[in-house]
Design a protein around this ligand. Structure first.
Ligand code: GLC
Ligand code: MG
Length: 583
């Protein structure tokens, strides 16, 4: 047994949580950009799907330089998404339907249009306002070199210089002042989490949304808030999806090769900007705030941290409730690798009493229906363009359905990214001129970026813009292949991905698979086979066949669900089944 069953009553230990990406879920006002009323109108789809909660990516006031992950006002809704009243309506309607609502919290950085940052620029070096951010003097005779060699996650230096001469025209080459740190885009200055006002402000932001009735927060870049003292040079380059890459960092440093020093961090590959021990104090503070409220409100960590044991530190009993399991997301389509990820995930989380979570797609990675159709599965590239090798769509979808049926048969909590219930592929031929992700610009187009997984959802096959907006407008064009994938078509289609997801979620909940225990079964090298057990119901066996030959079902086994058609008595390649063993 690699995981014991639980009878803990908290909803989040077993919940299936659906990620809504507001700009691409549904548009009500016709401008081609999704909005809060457009989500509220479509919440029935989610209730019908059978999820327990929704997580909304940021809808706060923002210049949208990083699609809302650059927040200018944490207590207001951006006009493109609606108003605070619309947010209240959304929460009320979700609750009416029995859906909990989790909102996104972005504490590592603000937008450069946040009033704090504007004030920091205006008040100049040494001011109280600058102390809330990470301003430093530059190196070199005239401070013309950045304070250290850190790279932004989106590419390029992690520092931008400002103009501190009142009369300076402000163009980049004439800037003469201090530098500020931004682990992401220039428009996302990092906050200084050594500052008490920053702590106080975020506790108040939590309360603001808790008072409005939200059920929790997904915490953006939860591993980034605290930086190593002294901001030491570090030659690596951390990318969101891949984690740390010291070697590439060295190569990228070109003529100026900086060798990591002999500190522990350099040896373990841990960077001085991520996963510093100090972050845990912050989450203890926030947990105490949440615990003042009734109703099981939660914190979910977005932390690209390795290994799983380090990630588990974020979900100790007095910190966050859950952390996204990116280890599972980046695992190759390989039985041994998947078994290792599953076993390791339970070991790490069970040790701290936290639920293990499962996730295959989100707004930062290539959709798994496309990722799994690439020659090399695993973390995948950061975006796919028309001239790149294209995924095998049929293979990708078959594997995606098998992967989802495997994932949702595992105990714990799971995340579903909008559109995966329709089997949507990535947009892999998006015109470069339409790309908006800052990673596309900051890497000098070396990375395509994340626009391909953020395309507006299809709702009706026969409507302009596939029913995303009443005017037919969509802020990014939808791929042609999506027409046949709209929910109105899939409703009518036996075996459609939408109907598969509905069946999976209904059965998962009916059988309490989220609460189950788990055993790993020996079923050959090509197969991932597990037994989900509970004392009050017959066990459910999940068999995923990743090999090329069909796998014979155990005699007398009853098939409860299959991710694709079965052959005579067998599970074909890239197919998963849920079985009830002969009693
Ligand atoms: C997180 C978000 C991503 C965003 C980044 C910076 O990783 O998921 O979309 O770009 O943080 O806020
Ligand atoms: Mg709109």
């Amino acid at each position: 047994m690699i995981h014991r069953p639980t009878d803990a009553p908290e909803w989040w230990r077993t919940a299936v949580i659906y990620q809504v990406y507001p700009r691409s879920f549904g548009d009500a006002d016709g401008d081609g950009i999704g909005d809060l009323p457009g989500i509220t109108e479509r919440l029935d789809h989610l209730a019908r799907l059978g999820v327990d909660a929704v997580w909304l990516s940021p809808f706060y006031r923002s210049p949208q330089r990083d699609a809302g992950y650059d927040v200018a006002d944490y207590r207001d809704v951006d006009p493109i998404f609606g108003t605070l009243t619309d947010a209240d309506r959304l929460v009320a309607r979700a609750h009416e339907l029995g859906l909990r609502v989790i909102v996104d919290l972005v504490p590592n950085h603000t937008s450069d249009e946040h009033v704090w940052f504007r004030q920091a620029l205006a008040d100049g070096p040494g001011s109280a306002a600058r102390a809330r951010y990470m301003f430093r003097e530059g190196n070199g005779e005239h401070g013309e070199e950045p304070p250290n060699n850190w790279q932004s996650v989106f590419g390029g230096s992690a520092w931008t210089r400002v103009s501190d001469r009142p009369d300076a025209p402000g163009s980049a080459w004439e800037r003469d002042g201090q530098w500020y740190l931004h682990l992401f885009d220039t428009s996302q200055p990092d906050l200084n989490w050594d500052h008490p006002e920053v702590h106080e402000e975020f506790c108040n932001i939590l309360r603001f949304w808790l008072d409005r009735g939200v059920d929790g927060f997904r915490v953006d870049v939860a591993h980034g808030l605290v930086k190593a003292p002294g901001l030491p040079d570090w030659a690596g380059h951390v990318r969101m999806v891949e984690g740390t890459d010291v070697e590439e960092g060295l190569a990228a440093a070109e003529d100026e090769v900086i060798v990591p020093d002999a500190s522990d961090d350099a040896q373990t590959g841990r960077s001085p900007m991520f996963d510093q021990d100090g972050v845990h104090e912050i989450y203890r503070e926030w947990r105490a705030v949440l615990d003042e409220y009734d109703g099981d409100r939660i914190l979910v960590a977005e932390a690209w941290v390795e290994p799983l044991e380090r990630l588990a530190l974020y979900v100790r009993p007095d910190e966050m409730h859950q952390a996204f399991n990116f280890n599972f997301l980046v695992t190759r389509w390989s039985p041994a690798a998947l078994r290792e990820s599953i076993t390791g995930s339970y070991a790490a989380n069970d040790a701290v009493g936290a639920p293990t979570t499962w996730v295959l797609s989100n707004h930062d990675v290539v959709r798994h229906a496309s990722r799994l159709g690439l020659d090399e599965t695993g973390k995948g590239p950061n975006g796919i363009g028309a001239e790149d090798p294209q995924p095998d769509a049929e293979l990708g979808l078959r594997r995606a359905r098998a992967a989802s049926l495997l994932m949702l048969g595992l105990p714990g909590s799971a995340y579903v990214y909008q559109g995966e219930e329709l089997g949507l592929p990535e947009h892999t031929t998006l015109d470069d001129s339409l790309r908006q992700d800052p990673a596309w610009w900051r890497t000098g187009h070396a990375e395509k970026g994340r626009d391909g997984c953020r395309v507006p959802l299809p709702w009706r096959s026969d409507a302009p813009g596939l029913g995303f907006s009443p005017t037919g407008r969509t802020w990014l064009p939808q791929p042609e292949s999506w027409a046949g994938l709209a929910p109105d078509v899939q409703e009518q289609q036996e075996g459609s991905t939408l109907r598969l997801y509905r069946d999976i979620l209904a059965l998962r909940s009916e059988l309490g698979l989220g609460q189950g225990g788990l055993e790993l079964l020996e079923a050959g090298d090509d197969v991932v086979a597990v037994r989900n057990t509970a004392s009050d119901r017959p066990a459910v066996v999940v068999v995923a066949n990743l090999g090329t030959e069909p796998v014979t079902l155990p005699e007398g086994a009853e098939v409860l669900l299959a991710s694709g058609p079965l052959t005579d008595g067998g599970v074909p390649s890239d197919t998963t089944v849920w079985l009830r063993e002969q009693s």
